[in-house]
Write a protein that binds this ligand. Structure first.
Ligand code: PRP
Ligand code: URA
Length: 209
């Protein structure tokens, strides 16, 4: 089964609490989501391989470390995943960005696909799928399957808040994918919203409600 990494860093928890507050407006919500995205990316990329390189400092020649060949891709699930991309790119500017368009049908709660555009060399990259909300898990499962269907198997999933039942669904469907998350909440409500959660992430991010 894939590993579940829960980020209990005080800065992340503090920023997430502000995001949860219903009185926090879109501007601050957007800024915080990007900041948390950057902080989480720091950990998600912790095991990236390094290689020795020769350089010359103002003092002398030396052998030091730089990232080696394994390239990164960030794949937001539209819409709300877009809110985490810039934070990650601040840390890893060379990463390429793919997009997967999915929305959750309000009646069936099942994901509906409408877009997919990936970097041409996506199968050679470590791909980090980003989406703030992991509720039933349907969108994450579908997004991971999208990537696998296109030959990509080196995948990590990075979310802000998850419901225990949704996390279990992803772990069962894709046991090879590790999940990185800032908080595991209590449960889903009757509308498949995360409790306590933060409401509809896409609407809060883009001010559409
Ligand atoms: C939200 C969220 C996830 C999905 C999670 O997107 O950003 O993609 O719901 O729910 P699930 O785990 O039950 O699939 P939404 O479908 O509201 O689309 P939007 O981002 O376009 O608003
Ligand atoms: N999508 C959201 O944006 N929020 C939830 O709580 C569940 C799904």
């Amino acid at each position: 089964m894939g590993k579940l990494y829960v980020f209990d860093h005080p800065l992340i928890q503090h920023k997430l609490s502000i995001m949860r507050n219903k009185n926090t407006g879109s501007k601050e919500f957007r800024e915080l989501l990007n900041e948390i995205g950057m902080l989480m990316a720091y950990e998600v990329t912790r095991d990236l391989p390094l290689q020795d390189v020769e350089i010359e400092t103002p003092i002398c020649k030396c052998t030091t470390k730089m990232l080696s060949g394994r390239k990164l891709g960030v794949v937001p699930i539209l819409r709300a995943g877009l809110g985490m991309v810039d934070g990650i790119l601040n840390l890893v500017p060379a990463a390429k960005v793919g997009h997967i368009g999915l929305y959750r049908d309000p009646e069936t709660k099942m994901p509906v696909e409408y877009y997919c555009k990936l970097p041409v060399d996506a199968p050679e990259r470590l791909l980090i799928i980003v989406d703030p909300m992991l509720a039933t898990g349907g969108s994450s499962v579908a997004a991971i399957q999208f990537l696998k269907d296109r030959g990509c198997f080196n995948i990590r999933l990075m979310c802000l808040i998850g419901a225990p039942e949704g996390i279990a669904v992803v772990q069962k469907a894709h046991p090879d994918v590790d999940i990185y998350i800032a908080a595991v909440d209590e449960r889903l409500n009757e509308h498949a919203y995360i409790v306590p959660g933060l409401g509809d992430a896409g609407d809060r991010l883009f001010g559409t409600k």
